[in-house]
Structure formats: C-alpha cells, structure tokens
Ligand binder design. Sequence first.
Ligand SMILES: Cc1cc2nc3c(=O)[nH]c(=O)nc-3n(C[C@H](O)[C@H](O)[C@H](O)COP(=O)(O)O)c2cc1C
Length: 215
Amino acid sequence: MSTVLVIKAHPKTTDVSNSVVIGDRFVKAYQAEHPEDNLIFHDLYEEGVPEINSTNLDSWKKLTNGETYQNLSENEQILLSRQQQLQEQFIHADKYVFVSPMYNLFLPNRLKMYLDLVVVSTKTWVEGEHGPKGTLQGKKALHIQSSGGTYHHTDNEFMAKLDVGDGYLKMLLGQVGVKDYQGIYCEGNSHRDPDDMAANRELVAQEAEKVAKTF
Ligand SMILES: Cc1cc2nc3c(=O)[nH]c(=O)nc-3n(C[C@H](O)[C@H](O)[C@H](O)COP(=O)(O)O)c2cc1C
C-alpha cells in the first residue's frame, strides 16, 4: 500500500480551473486503479499555509538551543505542531501529486510556502561529500500544471526555458531524493476560446487518467 500526498495549490475562482479538473480526474482514475492506497489531500488555499516568520524562526532557534516544546508560547507551539504534521506527512509519503496554475513563470506562492515548510535540512536532505544528499529515495512525483502560454508542447526553445516553476519543483524534489518526476501540462489557455479550452482540457485529462494507471 502506498501513501499519496495530493497537494492542490489553486485559489478558488468562479471560472472552471483546468488544473483542478485534470487533478480530480487523475485522482479518480488513480483511486480506481489503486483502491488499497492511502490518499492524503491538502488544499493550500483553503487551509492556508503557515508562513515562515520571526515567530517560527525564533522558536526553531530556541529548540536548537535546548528549550523544551512545552516552554514555547502557545502561538509558537501551534505553528510548530502544524509544521511538524506537514513535514511528517511529506517525509512518509511514497508519491506526490502537485496541482497548480503557473503564475509569473513560477508556482503559486502558497506552494512555495508549503515547500519551505516541508523541505528542511537534516530531515529531507543532509550535507553530503559533494553537496546536499536527499533522504527521500525511491519516491515519485507528478506535477499537473495549467498555463496561459505553451512551454512544453512546443519546439520553441525560448518558451521551453521559461517554465521556471516546474523546473524548480523538479530540481528541489530531486535534491531531496525524489528523482522520478513527471509533468502533465494543460497549456496555451490564454489563446483558446471556451470550446477549444474545454476540448484541450479533456485531452489532457485523458492523458492524466492514463498516467494514473502506472503512477
Ligand atoms: C497572477 C497570474 C499570473 C500568471 N502568470 C502566467 C505566466 O507567467 N505564464 C503563463 O503562461 N500564464 C500565466 N497566467 C495564466 C494562468 O497560468 C492560466 O490562466 C492557467 O490556465 C490558470 O490555471 P487554471 O486553468 O487551472 O485555472 C497567470 C495568471 C495569473 C492569475
């Protein structure tokens, strides 16, 4: 049995979200194919993500300097326990599914905030002889991303270099040991009329259902 962490990072809008629809289709197909697996869901815009601020940084320092958890303030304890819960889930998951739109060539800010909480020195990576060494070996990740422009389904080398967010996610996960990474991209939405957008979304959703069988 595998544990799959499904991280949705899309703010709610009244429009149909391509990435969310495709993510949901992936999840349904995955559950049908792997009924024994345990799926854990996070909706980062619904739940919120604790930001790294002076309270967290100070409480981390206090703990490093030997302070006990009980002696921290209530606010510090709340932040730390939420962070620890997210970290434990991240470390113990076998598979990761990230669902997000592209914002300014990058990931939505809540996804970056989440990554800042769960990717931490000594837990997900350690200092190795030749640089950081990931501790999360043998796991796999999928990024389902929607964008206005086309970065992957194109021969345009300039555009291909601009998807910084997806490249960053792949690199960061690789650094913690998650080397098996694949993307499903619903692209070109800024240039599509509603019918074309729906048709393309359906095609990408079918691709996602296919990937779900072997992921
Ligand atoms: C704040 C903001 C920034 C965006 N930046 C980009 C961008 O840099 N490149 C791009 O191709 N699309 C960009 N878009 C367009 C979205 O990625 C696109 O509309 C996508 O389809 C939204 O995801 P959804 O279809 O899942 O809702 C941006 C949209 C917003 C709201």
